[in-house]
Design a binder for this molecule. Structure first.
Ligand SMILES: *Cc1c(COP(=O)(O)O)cnc(C)c1O
Length: 365
């Protein structure tokens, strides 16, 4: 474990040795009592993370699979997509690719889509569902889910939530906030290897899903619901990753989800303070890309002065033994990103930030 704490990519995130070693367990049949016991163990770990009494679907796909499931299983009718970054744009593109009549609002990457714009759109026309990204990994912006959900439900619109870099890192209250479908991927704040996605659907959403006409097969949530009650999955799951998830679920339960959220909040604050310090020390206009009132607890995009390139910062930090993320999409050149999520600690994050500051001072010379 002494080498843990060098890999600060905003996904995949660093995985602890104990979790990696869990995957060495031998195979077992995926129909049978031993598997069902394993799956039940997984549920015990996952439900508190989602703050839900509902079962958690386990998809052997990356998170994009459950983005597609969300769209395919939404009731017939148009989709409203809230776009404020690369991943929310992807969600809208998936709706289009699945043949849905899709209306996009927002487009400004600097902030969550304003509630007034959401309300206006919902008043204009009835939408079966809206798509929203909780924590925009491309910008580090956090959207307030209770506000969006309350508005959507006033207009009888289901809320499909990508909380891929939210769940397990920042507060998500699936049941209390009445989220219709919310999902994450294994390789972000849950600090598991890539390859699984987890999601929870409300009973209301499932009833609507039963009326969806093009659910397809692999991502049919109605099937998932049927199997989850038997502690099974519709097709052969990535069994080794399930072993890892069981172990990590127990680790998170010991930490407690509240303590995990608090640790992430502390790391985010530390990173924001560090950016302010960097600006003061260098006199150059470094800043946190996301607005102060809407910052994610798991990832920070740092906007660079024109003289610096995101890639050069990433390369310099790598020479010092740490991995951080480059800018994403149209922010590739003008930002870099630090993933302060998963099982990282403020101590090791401080060392990564120190290496990043050293790199920047050298590049500015
Ligand atoms: C990483 C990420 C995804 C896509 O996840 P994959 O596991 O690569 O399919 C979707 N949305 C957000 C916000 C993400 O951070």
């Amino acid at each position: 474990m002494s080498d843990f704490g060098t890999f600060f990519l905003p996904g995949p995130t660093e995985v602890r040795r104990e979790v990696l070693e869990a995957m060495l367990a031998p195979m077992l049949p995926h129909r049978g009592a031993a598997f069902e016991a394993l799956f039940a163990r997984l549920q015990q770990g996952l439900r508190p993370i989602f703050r839900s009494a509902r079962p958690v679907y386990v998809s052997s796909s990356s998170a994009t699979g459950l983005m597609e499931a969300a769209i395919r299983c939404a009731a017939p009718g148009p989709i409203l997509s809230l776009v404020n970054g690369a991943f929310s744009e992807r969600f809208a593109n998936i709706a289009v690719a699945c043949g849905r009549d899709t209306h996009v609002i927002g487009g400004d990457w600097h902030q969550p889509v304003p509630l007034e714009a959401v309300e206006r759109a919902l008043r204009d026309r009835h939408y079966a569902a809206l798509t929203v990204v909780h924590s925009e990994t491309s910008t580090g912006t956090l959207t307030s889910l209770p506000a969006v959900t309350a508005l959507a439900h006033q207009h009888d619109t289901a809320v499909l939530v990508d909380s891929v870099t939210g769940l397990g890192g920042v507060p998500v209250e699936t049941d209390a906030w009445e989220l219709d479908f919310v999902f994450t991927g294994s390789q972000k704040a849950l600090a598991l290897p890539p390859g699984l996605a987890f999601g929870v659907a409300s009973t209301r959403f499932l009833e609507q899903a039963a009326t969806a006409t093009a659910r397809g097969l692999y991502f049919d949530l109605v099937e998932y619901e049927e199997f989850v009650h038997k502690n099974q999955t519709p097709s052969t799951p990535a069994i080794s990753l399930l072993y890892a998830t069981a172990v990590q679920g127990e680790h998170i339960a010991r930490e407690t989800i509240d303590a995990r959220w608090a640790r992430h909040a502390a790391m985010a604050e530390m990173t924001h303070d560090w950016v302010r310090q960097l600006r003061e020390d260098t006199g150059a206009p470094f800043c946190v890309y996301a607005p102060e009132h809407a910052r994610s607890g798991t990832v920070t995009a740092v906007a660079l002065p024109d003289a610096l390139k995101g890639d050069d910062v990433v390369k310099g930090v790598a020479k010092r033994g740490f991995v951080i993320g480059g800018g994403y999409g149209k922010l590739k050149r003008s930002t870099f990103r630090i993933g302060h999520m998963g099982d990282h600690t403020p101590d090791r994050l401080a060392r990564c930030l120190e290496a990043t500051a050293d790199t920047i001072r050298e590049l500015l010379k």
